[in-house]
Write a protein that binds this ligand. Structure first.
Ligand SMILES: [Zn+2]
Ligand SMILES: [Zn+2]
Length: 446
């Protein structure tokens, strides 16, 4: 909250800057040393040429955000573009996903590139000319919809990558598979979706990619930089639900029942001592968050029950199961002390996003040539989570971050992903395009 508030004035500067400074010009200043080789030089030129169109795609998708498993319009825009490029296109994969295959003119391996397409139930707070006004129903409630995680950027960048690689098709030694994925943020209640469903529907077969690459925007890094981490990069994410059962009574007569609100409050505080007091923190980070508490309908009724939901983030398998045990014990014994009962359920979520260390070591020199050495940062582990991890369980993958905070601003103060004030500097688009194209060509030419 404090971070967003402090940001407000300088965000206006970003917007003005983004509008006034020609995007291609500002992007080209961020380029590193020119990549060697005729093909590399050609794709840098093609990447520059596709930037204005990429900005238009990105703004169009930003203005028309769609929630997870509802990316119908976005998928249509993507599929039309890929068909015009002459790719083999498959639609309605894992509900609204689009998969396309580009076969190069020379034999070689298969590389997969992935972009996620879904937006979030967030009401946009930025005054951009292409800001979202969209509202939709989410789990039974009317919500604003916004690309607050930057998946509009990922989709537009991968559309541009498909175009650039199509333009050098004859020179490509291998095949490129484009995965435009729905529901990275999680399918709505009662539905399946995302990377796990894409894999079940066969996206890693016919043809089978050897490796997979993806990028994600990151406001913690300035535009013109990239960040990655070999090994465990993002956390294992598990969902937590606790229902505290008490006994309903009049608010003026608490002793006649059992108050689940007070017990739930004690459980929330008790859970916070697990990470801070009970686990071996130098071994690996961990987070337990209760993000929602519901109980009661009015001031003078103590309700029968309270429901809490939250998230658990871990990096280390033994620590993960230990934390599960401690959550169950803490909730049960606190509830018992208040004559209530607590039902704890833990749903396993996205696995650890794990960058294959050999693949990372091999590909990072390519990223160095894209932005210049010293502009590719090795980042600390992130407690965020990503369903890209499911692909990485099947084949080696590299997931890296694209800095998107304007150079005039402090990335440490920038509104985070999922913030209604999240802002991506469009000068980063060309870096995203060049990163993905160069990684693909470098791997195919191995
Ligand atoms: Zn997100
Ligand atoms: Zn995201």
């Amino acid at each position: 909250m404090v971070r967003s508030a402090r940001k407000t004035t300088s965000l206006i500067d970003f917007v003005i800057l983004a509008t006034l400074v020609p995007i291609v010009a500002s992007a080209s200043t961020a380029w590193g040393q020119a990549a060697a080789g005729a093909l590399e030089a050609k794709i840098d030129r093609l990447a520059t040429e596709v930037v204005p169109q990429t900005v238009a795609w990105r703004r169009d998708i930003h203005q028309h955000p769609e929630l997870s498993n509802r990316e119908v319009r976005t998928a249509g825009v993507v599929a039309d573009h890929l068909r015009r490029l002459g790719l083999e296109v498959r639609t309605q994969v894992a509900h609204t996903g689009v998969v396309a295959v580009l076969r190069g003119g020379k034999p070689g391996p298969v590389v997969a590139l992935r972009a996620d397409m879904d937006a979030l139930p967030v009401t946009e707070a930025l005054d951009l000319p292409f800001a979202s006004q969209v509202k939709a129903e989410y789990n039974g409630r009317q919500v604003g919809v916004m690309h607050a995680c930057g998946h509009d950027v990922h989709t537009a960048v991968l559309m541009a990558v498909a175009q650039v690689l199509s333009q050098v098709r004859e020179e490509l030694p291998g095949t490129v598979k484009f995965l435009f994925q729905p529901a990275e943020e999680g399918a709505p209640k009662g539905e399946q979706g995302g990377a796990e469903l894409m894999i079940r529907e066969g996206v890693l077969e016919n043809p089978s990619p050897e490796v997979i690459f993806a990028l994600h925007v990151n406001p913690n890094y300035p535009a013109g930089t990239l960040a990655y981490r070999p090994g465990a990069t993002m956390a294992n994410q598990d969902s937590l639900r606790i229902v505290v059962h008490g006994r309903q009574t009049h608010g003026a007569v608490p002793w006649a029942g059992t108050d689940p609100i007070v017990v739930a409050s004690q459980i929330v505080l008790g859970l916070q001592t697990i990470v801070s007091r009970q686990v071996d923190l130098p071994l690996a980070p961990a987070v337990i968050t209760i993000g929602s508490i519901h109980g009661g309908v009015r001031s003078n009724i103590i309700p029968d029950e309270v429901e809490m939901v939250g998230t658990i983030r871990t990096f280390e398998p033994r620590m993960r199961t230990d934390i599960f045990d401690r959550i169950r014990k803490t909730a049960a014994l606190i509830a018992q002390s208040g004559s209530a009962e607590a039902d704890v359920s833990i749903e396993p979520g996205y696995p650890v996003t794990f960058n294959d260390p050999n693949l990372a070591a091999r590909m990072v020199p390519t990223l160095d040539t894209v932005v210049g050495k010293g502009r590719v940062v090795v980042m600390p582990p992130s407690t965020g989570a990503e369903d890209f991890s499911y692909y990485q369980q099947k084949i080696p993958g590299l997931y890296f971050f694209l800095g998107v905070t304007p150079n005039s601003a402090d990335p440490q103060q920038a509104p985070m992903l999922h913030s209604p004030r999240f802002f991506a500097d469009e000068s980063a688009l060309v870096i995203g395009i060049r990163s993905m194209v160069h990684l693909t060509i470098a791997y195919l030419q191995k």
